[in-house]
Design a protein around this ligand. Structure first.
Ligand code: ADP
Ligand code: ASP
Ligand code: MG
Length: 412
């Protein structure tokens, strides 16, 4: 019999009815004789509600108190789910991250798991109990509660599966697998039977929020069999299996593109006419990184006159105002340059290991965007992805037309 770690996200536990359904599903696995550890998220909307409460009280709440606050969402769900299981005659015990020994570093709001003490979980499993663990949270070595970043329950589940050497980590969500594009904006998207860790890492980092990137990193590093499935269908189906990169396959048969990711909420800042001398990029970006603002794409143009150049970079929209004022200060100090800013940008990316052995992906991408009058503001490439920054209003059009152009649409 197998050991499964099953994670249920916010919408899958979004109401009392949904929680009862989760208990029924877990019960079916128990009846088949499997051991089950369940990881749950907060009920849908709850983490955002808690964050909004904090904002109503303080403009810039302390990261420690924020974690203390937002970790409570998951604590509600574990208790309710354990009760739902007991009600259905399934012995179950709930644990917070701290109780189950998920020890993290000290980086509040984006903590990394350092170790997991699986003793109590194993004891309960040996007694035939289902263990219900709060996702998204841990505890640092001094006993402070930490959280793992938005979407972090995925990472709790995969890390637990790695620590327990589970047979499979199953991520149950509101879609029945990983699709060629977000099915909410691209109705022709197709479910993938499998996808490599490498591709999934790219999709996750480029905005497909189906899996938190760290969960995919864990799955790759510890070789955890990871599957994405629907919690809304009565039978599980096959979902999408995330397969190891080195699993045998014929590279020539890889589809050119496996998936399209998009990410809105991007902002772009350009400094026109910055001095073209060594050290300018560092001068502009130094204060941005000191302020803990993550910079994504960076482009510096050739300098037509040999003296000045244009320099652009993107940040998350939430950091736009702060980044803009830091750049303003920098331009003032340099005594040169003019700033252009746009906070309604999006990034659309094509991902596929097949790109390695096929040329022409970029040209088809650019041609397709041009045919739809979508202007490309920035481009960045790596071995298995191409990303473009475009005006946010064109996001859906770009995803859909690229999906068709690269032959990803499901059959009519
Ligand atoms: P959960 O609350 O279960 O963690 P999330 O909202 O975090 O669920 O992730 C599931 C959502 O991810 C889906 O509803 C879908 O809109 C979105 N999504 C984005 N890209 C993809 C993709 N390529 N395949 C499937 N879903 C995707
Ligand atoms: N509740 C957390 C969030 O909304 C963690 C998760 O759902 O995975 O980000
Ligand atoms: Mg999620």
């Amino acid at each position: 019999m197998a050991l499964y770690v099953q994670k249920f996200g916010g919408t899958s536990v979004g109401s009392v009815e949904r929680i009862k359904k989760v208990a029924e599903r877990v019960g079916r696995f128990r009846k088949e004789g499997h051991d089950v550890v369940v990881v749950v998220s907060a009920m849908s909307g709850e983490t955002n509600r808690l964050l909004a409460l904090a904002q109503d009280i303080h403009d810039n709440p302390s990261p420690r108190e924020l974690d203390m606050l937002i970790s409570t969402g998951e604590q509600v769900t574990i208790a309710l789910l354990a009760m739902a299981m007991e009600q259905q005659g399934i012995p179950a015990t709930s644990y917070t991250g701290a109780q189950v020994g998920i020890v993290t570093d000290k980086s509040y709001n984006k903590a990394r798991i350092k170790k997991i003490d699986t003793e109590s979980v194993k004891n309960d499993l040996n007694k035939g109990r289902v263990v219900v663990v709060a996702g998204f949270q841990g505890v640092d070595e001094e006993g402070n509660i930490t959280t793992l970043g938005r979407g972090g329950s995925d990472t709790t589940a995969v890390a637990l599966a790695a620590a327990l050497k589970a047979d499979e980590c199953q991520i149950y969500t509101d879609v029945d697998g990983v699709y060629t594009a977000d099915p909410r904006i691209c109705s022709k998207a197709r479910r993938l039977d499998k996808i490599t860790v490498e591709e999934m890492l790219e999709l996750a980092s480029l905005g497909s929020k189906i899996l938190q990137i760290r969960s995919v990193e864990f799955a790759g590093k510890y070789q955890v069999p990871l599957r994405v499935l629907s919690s809304f269908e009565d039978s599980e189906g096959e979902g999408t299996l995330i397969i190891a990169d080195n699993e045998e396959h014929n590279a020539m048969e890889d589809p050119l593109i496996s998936g399209i990711a998009h990410h809105t909420n991007e902002a772009k800042i350009t400094i026109l006419g910055a001095p073209d001398i060594p050290g300018v990029a560092a001068k502009i970006l130094g204060p941005i990184s000191d302020a803990n603002i993550e910079v994504d794409m960076i482009v510096q143009n050739v300098s037509p006159d040999g003296e000045s150049t244009d320099f652009s970079f993107t940040v998350g929209r939430g950091d736009y105002k702060k980044a803009y004022s830091l750049v303003e200060k920098c331009v003032e100090e340099m005594g040169a340059g003019r700033i252009l800013g746009d906070n309604a940008m999006a990034k659309v990316s094509l991902v596929g290991v097949g790109m390695r052995s096929h040329a022409g992906v970029a040209s088809l991408m650019f041609k397709t965007l041009a045919e739809n009058s979508i202007n490309i503001r920035m481009v960045s490439t790596s071995e298995i992805k191409i990303s473009v920054v475009i005006d946010e209003k064109f996001t859906e059009l770009a995803v859909r037309t690229l999906h068709t152009a690269f032959g990803l649409d499901k059959p009519e």
